[in-house]
Design a protein around this ligand. Structure first.
Ligand code: RB5
Length: 144
C-alpha cells in the first residue's frame, strides 16, 4: 500500500521518523514535503497531499504540523478528503472506525514520537465500521 505524508517545519522530524517506521513495515511512502525544519507554510504541502489522495495516487495520507489544525483545516477544503485530527490511540482508532478518515493528522508539538507511531498504527489497523457511519460521511460533502 502506498501512503502519502507531509508536514510543515514543526512536524518535519516526526515525518522523517514515520517514513522510516512505515517503510520498515513494508509500506511504500510518498513524501510531499517539507524538506527541512526551516519555517514554511503548511498549505503548500497539504494541498498536494490532498490531491494525491483524491486522485488515488496514494491510498491514504498522514499530515503533521504543530497543532494539527492548520493541516486539518486545509486538507478538509478538498471535497474528497476526510482529514481527522488525532492525539491519542483511541481517537486514532475512532477516526477510522467512525469517520473513515483518509488522512490522519497529528499535532507534533503536543505528542511524543512514540505516541505518533502508536496513533498511526491504531488508525491504520482499524477498519471502517460502515452502517450508520457510512450514511453520515455521505452527508459531509458540500453540494454544488
Ligand atoms: C507553526 O508555528 C504552526 O503554526 C503550525 O505548525 C501549525 O500548528 C498550524 O496550525
Amino acid at each position: 500500500m502506498k501512503i502519502g505524508i507531509c508536514s510543515d517545519h514543526a512536524g518535519f522530524e516526526y515525518k522523517c521518523g514515520l517514513i522510516d517506521y512505515l517503510g520498515s513495515k513494508g509500506y511504500e511512502m510518498a513524501d510531499y514535503g517539507t524538506d527541512s525544519t526551516e519555517s514554511m507554510d503548511y498549505p503548500d504541502v497539504a494541498h498536494p497531499l490532498a490531491e494525491a489522495v483524491e486522485h488515488g495516487d496514494v491510498a491514504l495520507g498522514i499530515a503533521l504540523c504543530g497543532t494539527g489544525n492548520g493541516m486539518a483545516i486545509t486538507l478538509n477544503k478538498h471535497q474528497g478528503i476526510r482529514a481527522g485530527l488525532a492525539w491519542s490511540t483511541e481517537i486514532g482508532e475512532l477516526v477510522k472506525r467512525h469517520n473513515n478518515a483518509n488522512i490522519l493528522v497529528m499535532p507534533a508539538r503536543f505528542i511524543s514520537f512514540d505516541e505518533a507511531k502508536k496513533i498511526t498504527d491504531s488508525w491504520m489497523n482499524t477498519e471502517f465500521e460502515g452502517g450508520r457511519h457510512q450514511r453520515r460521511i455521505e452527508k459531509i460533502p458540500v453540494k454544488a
